[in-house]
Design a protein around this ligand. Structure first.
Ligand SMILES: [Zn+2]
Length: 101
């Protein structure tokens, strides 16, 4: 079980109750709406309009409220930082070019 990174609260489309959609540190999502509980894809993953909104980045606009727990999402999906030696080398080249021109 991985840590919860963000939590969105959506109003149900029937107007009764609210659903909570969670984003975990490993990039997976879950929801407590009936759609998420009923639908299971062939590969065992579940989805609903709420988790899809989270994955498409539209959840912040569609939700009633959002809570950011400040965690990092799936380290593998983040761009690797430039190694310090290489960054210094690039700055060095830019510096030399400015001196010569
Ligand atoms: Zn849902």
């Amino acid at each position: 079980m991985s840590a919860i990174v963000k939590c969105w609260t959506f109003a149900s489309s029937s107007g009764r109750g609210r659903y909570q959609t969670l984003l975990y540190a490993d990039g997976s999502t879950s929801c407590d709406c009936p759609g998420w509980c009923k639908r299971t894809a062939a590969d065992g993953t579940r989805s609903c309009k709420h988790t899809r909104a989270v994955l498409m980045g539209t959840a912040n606009r569609e939700c009633e409220s959002m809570h950011d727990y400040g965690g990092a999402v799936a380290p593998s999906s983040r761009a690797a930082p430039l190694p310090p030696a290489r960054a210094a080398g690039q700055f060095g080249q830019i510096g030399r070019r400015r001196i010569h021109t």
